[in-house]
Design a protein around this ligand. Structure first.
Ligand code: NAD
Length: 312
């Protein structure tokens, strides 16, 4: 396996893959990141063409672990030096990545991925082989994805200790807008609003800490994930603003925020009891396997061990 970008996520994937016994190596742009990875005993290099030539020679699965703005350059190099390699990514948005991969002519070898795990820190030193343990890892089941590449990506995610959620890219992005990017924007707004209130930071405890935790993430990464998913984020943001405006109006007119609080509590309670079941019977490669996996993922299904495969 070959990881491009040895930051928090890429560095964690490399560590987890090696811990699972996979031969794996990586590329990082900065000499410092490579030096740190080597000092920890990992196989890393700053020369992208060399790393990709090695990936091509060893038929490695390439994992793109750089932010969205860096993808076009990476994909150009992959198309040039390793066009036959199976390809996945860890990016927080899936639709835009699919478009970029398609534009680079690499779609037939690509299966998108998104491990839903992270911290507010970046760089090689922030990585952890256990980062993905028990975390959901979305794997795309878009029309036409190749079953062999899909199984290779599934195997990697499971070896990293994740539970796999199959989903279409567009559905992933709508969901990610609601449960990832919106919380980031809310955390930023909450932090900046409280910062203007004298004494607020002196009194701040659990609610403030939990509600603003993700505002500690590097601004470039937050911008990259929100801006790349603007199409899905905007309607979700509008809906949230409508709810807050309605709650404000009710507070002014009736002195009550009951509607928002009761609906919110009910929704959160539904989340706490959301059913999760293991997907075991779907055979990868059977007719409609991608649609069946997308439906199972939507209904709360997760994959915990490699699925049966029908070779065509
Ligand atoms: P990071 O800053 O820790 O690492 C980013 C890596 O990309 C570094 O190795 C950096 O050298 C490299 N990079 C950045 N710009 C580059 C460029 N122009 N050319 C070549 N390399 C470049 O960030 P991260 O958190 O590991 O994020 C990487 C990817 O993981 C992003 O696509 C992000 O959407 C995704 N992701 C992040 C989280 C999270 O919580 N941080 C969670 C899931 C997925």
């Amino acid at each position: 396996m070959c990881v491009l970008g040895l930051g928090l996520i890429g560095g964690s994937v490399l560590r987890a893959a090696v811990a699972a016994g996979r031969p794996a190596f990586g590329y990082n742009r900065s000499i410092r990141g490579v030096a740190e990875a080597r000092a920890d005993g990992f196989d890393a290099d700053t020369e992208l063409p060399d790393v990709l030539a090695r990936a091509a020679d060893s038929d490695a699965l390439i994992v793109l672990a750089v932010p969205v703005p860096a993808l076009p350059l990476m994909l150009d190099h992959i198309a040039r030096y390793a066009p036959g390699c199976a390809l996945t990514d860890v990016t927080s948005v899936k639709g835009e990545v699919l478009d970029l991969v398609t534009a680079a002519g690499l779609r037939s070898r690509f299966v998108g991925g998104h491990p839903m795990a992270g911290t507010a820190h970046s760089g090689w030193s922030a990585g952890d082989a256990r980062l993905f343990a028990g975390a959901p890892w979305v794997i795309s089941v878009d029309d036409g994805v190749d079953q062999r590449v899909w199984i290779r990506v599934l195997t990697l995610a499971l070896q990293c200790g994740a539970v796999v959620v199959p989903a279409r890219s567009d559905e992933h992005d709508a969901a990610a807008a609601a449960i990832s990017q919106l919380p980031h924007l809310l955390a930023e707004a909450l932090a900046v609003t409280a910062a203007d209130v004298p004494l607020a930071f002196a009194l701040a405890a659990g609610s403030f800490r939990d509600g603003t935790r993700v505002a500690g993430t590097a601004p470039d990464l937050v911008r990259a994930m929100c801006e790349a998913n603007a199409e899905q984020l905007l309607p979700t943001l509008d809906e949230l603003l409508d709810r807050l405006t309605a709650a404000r109006g009710a507070l002014v007119r009736h002195g009550s925020v009951a509607d928002l609080v009761e609906e919110g509590h009910a929704a959160r309670t539904r989340y706490d009891s959301f059913p999760r079941h293991e997907i075991v019977t779907i055979v990868v490669g059977e007719e409609d396997w991608r649609d069946e996996l997308a439906a199972a993922g939507r209904a709360g299904g997760v994959i915990r061990s490699v699925l049966p495969v029908r070779d065509r």
